[in-house]
Design a protein around this ligand. Sequence first.
Ligand code: ADP
Length: 373
Amino acid sequence: MATRAKRSTRRRNLLMAFGPGALAGRPEGWIFVVCCCLGVALISISDIRYASHGSVGALAFIPVILAGWLLSRVQTAVVTLVTMALRMAPMAAASIPVVTGVTQGLTVPVLAVLAQLAAEFVLLANSSEMRLERARAEGDRIAALEQAKSDFLRLASHELRGPLGVVRGYASMLEDGTLGELPDEANAIMPIVSSKVKAMGMMVDLMMETARLDDERLQLRKEPTDLGELVRECAGEMRSVAGPTHPIVVEAAPEPIVATADRSRIATIVNNLIDNAIKYSPAGGRVSCRVNPSDGGAIIAVSDQGIGIPKEDQGRLFARFSRVHTEDAPEIPGTGLGLYVSRELARLHGGDIRVESAAGRGSTFLVELPVRN
Ligand code: ADP
């Protein structure tokens, strides 16, 4: 009997260590202990997962602590009420200790579940924060890359402009005979030199315009401009680039269409479009330019009989550095800046550019411009 009493006291002491309310040696005490162990295990799992994701969001556990306090209040009230009720029914009085144990014991797992939820919330907050951080870093990287591209364009175009001007000057002096008679072989290659110098000049101008657009430094110098006359001039200039392989024809309305526009910028647009029409057409492909009035404005259309552009690629043509490569067309060198700059210039005038094309069936680029703005 003495040994039994001692064992019971030891068990009671041991169980008391798990918290007030544990009734050692009786079923409700065991229920409490099992619930306790379950709760402690759940909390530990939450803690481990939480700890492995850093300590941000510890505030999420405040509701758990508050819920614990609230639960202890509710638990006391429930136990008191149930005990009172059961005492009134002498037959059910025997179940009082079980109800007490269950109520007390359930506190811990409920808290554990809340702790688990809090931990999950913290994990979610942490991972969203990490994702946001990663997206921010990626955004900064892309912005730095764009800035580096702009800096390069600005620097390279400035450095190239000076020497190119000198080459252009000497080439024209050689061509017009200012530097004396040229041998026949030199005379034969001069048109090629001039067209390459012109093409390089266009590329450097595009780089400079892109850098100006990036820095929002581009200022239009508007003046009354006869669009028909301007397009004829551009076609004349571009004939030297095209050579005899691509006939360029102009059809303009007989009456002048005068727009308030930056003459040199509209020329840049038209030259780019004619240049592309030549570049992306096989030899013999005709390039036609039309100038017509439209509702409150004018439309300049440049058409070719070239490789065309698949519908699915047309949406990205006007993006900076965007190029389209189709498997059936040979890779044609370019910067991917011409259409970007052209559209930005058209938009600065209050107009726009759109394309009508299909793979293998030529393209038409339409520049819409308001006549007075
Ligand atoms: P680039 O010609 O230097 O590549 P652009 O901005 O002028 O740059 O043109 C972007 C892309 O649009 C080109 O790479 C080409 O694939 C396509 N493109 C432009 N004009 C034409 C055209 N007339 N016919 C077919 N494709 C064209």
